[in-house]
Design a protein. Sequence first.
Length: 324
Amino acid sequence: MTDPWATSDGRPRVAALVTAPQAPFELGCAAEVFGTPREGLPGRYDFLVCTEHPGEVATTAGYTMRVTAGLEVLETADTVVIPGWLPYTAQLSPAILRALCRAAERGTRLVSICTGAFALAQTGLLDGRTATTHWARADELRTRFPRVRVEPGVLYVDHGDIATSAGAGAGIDLCLHLVRTDHGASYAAELARHMVMPPHREGGQAQFVPAPVTSHTTGESVAALLHWSIAHLGRPITLSDLAARAGVSPRTLARRFEEQLGTSPGRWLLTQRVTAARELLEETDLPVEAIAARVGLTSATNLRRRFHTLLGTTPAAYRRAFRG
């Protein structure tokens, strides 16, 4: 049998497992991040699409696509992505269930986009863990799989060995997060720039769910304030500073951040400072003290503490892993 990974040159292998009817956008999320060649940006993954029965696979867009690789691809993949699962009530076939469980036993990272969480939940691998899916299907996921701790209000959840995302665009956020984990913040940011995507949306950020229109739910976009803050990370910035620049009270600004970003101004700002520190650790030889000052974290001690809280590692260990 011909090895489907025959052209692999040792890069991490990512396999997308598709079933009919396949949602093209969810598959596209994985393909764009892991499998699309880009001029001037070296690829870091080998990417294949596979299915249980190779051949024509129908899509929800009305066309079919030809998939030549079968489940044998999962036997040597480093990451398996399930880009949606339709209908979401469909049962896993014994062959797919067996292939996914064996992959998990080998240490393969399993990832779902949108309703793909319904497939992962059937393996039992999400039992006792937090997971997410499209907000419109969260209640159904919780009802069908009561041992899964469903978080309907987040973009993605990553446990290291298994990760789930909300619907549509959140799949790109999760895939970029995985690239950042694998290859560092600088490469992920460059890839995001090629895709004309925000380089980093935190997993705990809220999904864009319909909200009741009340007197408290509106207000101007905070986008301009975000851009200003990122350009001035080196200076001390307080909630009062941000509110004054936006021309509103701190309470109003905090409400706008929660409504538009699903997080607080302080949490968002800390994430930007640590992200900027990650890029400096990767791209420069600046000492940790200088990096801390440049991103507004004051001291090396504070940077180390914040780094460990958000990333579970130290700046020195991160630099060793991703420098160059």
